[in-house]
Design a binder for this molecule. Structure first.
Ligand code: CAA
Length: 248
């Protein structure tokens, strides 16, 4: 069988990069899609994944806009083949309390973190159904489960991803396509490094495991959900948060 093709949005980001590597190591051809405007990071990313040769390739995408996102995915499929696996890891924060939040801060986070999931899924799901196989993994957040001070926008978008994933999971369950979410806790990424030091140290103190998560600890769960053998797991959310939030 030819290698499965995986598209990872936010593919050059803190979690995305590690997800790309994991998927490539388990035999997928991976397209890391992200904003081309992050030119310096694209160059660094290419160096970081050089050992994978052409198994990991960068392509530009803006998940926040329906039409350009659809066009980018069409071009990616023309260059790399039909997408079997979609991992939505593109996400931004615009943290501030609601009383200070501008409509732009609200709209940007919703458009990218949640709108982006609609835009990418809408572009790939038809093909997955036709071919009778697909794996979609949406990277949500523990803060979509608990809410977080200063993140009404982000928590709303991340909680929305759960509802979206469960609803789409039902729609495509009989077509060989699974849709799941993974909810990372606080991990060692640039996004978490940007939290003010005093706030971050309080958060780390509240993580039962006593440390930030490693991006690879998220990536291995994504890889597991993307396996051909994971076809009976759908509509699920897998928390990976060091015990920061426990539920059953
Ligand atoms: N809980 C309760 N009260 C808090 C608080 C908290 N966590 N943080 C601040 N406050 C209080 C302040 O002490 C202040 O009180 P007073 O008005 O009595 O002085 C009040 O709330 C307002 O505080 P600020 O003016 O500082 O609020 P702000 O609008 O500037 O926002 C903030 C502060 C930027 C949101 C800051 O609290 C912050 O960065 N918090 C962390 C947010 C966070 O965890 N982001 C996660 C980013 S990583 C990520 O999202 C990845 C993932 O999925 C896990």
């Amino acid at each position: 069988m030819s290698k499965r093709v995986a598209l990872v949005t936010g593919g050059i980001g803190g979690l995305g990069t590690e997800i790309c590597k994991y998927l490539a190591r388990s035999g997928r051809r991976v397209v890391a899609a992200d904003l081309a405007s992050r030119a310096e990071r694209v160059t660094e990313f290419r160096k970081e994944v050089a050992e994978f040769g052409n198994l990991i390739q960068f392509e530009p995408i803006n998940v926040g806009d329906f039409d350009t996102c659809a066009a980018a995915i069409k071009a990616i499929e023309a260059n790399h083949g039909a997408i079997d696996i979609l991992v939505n890891a593109a996400g931004i924060t615009r943290d501030t309390t609601l009383r200070k939040m501008s409509p732009q801060q609200w709209n940007d986070v919703l458009a990218i973190n949640l709108g982006g999931v609609f835009n990418t899924c809408r572009a790939v799901v038809e093909g997955m159904i036709e071919r009778g196989f697909g794996r979609i993994v949406n990277i949500s957040s523990v803060n979509g489960q608990t809410g977080q001070f200063g993140q009404t926008n982000y928590s709303a978008a991340k909680a929305g991803m759960h509802g979206f994933s469960m609803a789409l999971a039902r729609e495509v369950a009989r077509k060989g396509v699974t849709v799941n979410s993974v909810s990372p806790g606080y991990c060692r990424t640039a996004m978490v490094a940007a939290i003010p030091e005093n706030v971050r140290s309080q958060i780390i103190a509240a993580i039962p495991v006593g440390r930030l998560g490693e991006p690879s600890e998220i990536a291995r769960v994504v890889d597991f959900l993307c396996a051909d053998e994971s076809g009976f797991i759908t509509g699920a959310n897998i928390p990976v948060n060091g015990g920061y939030f426990m539920d059953f």
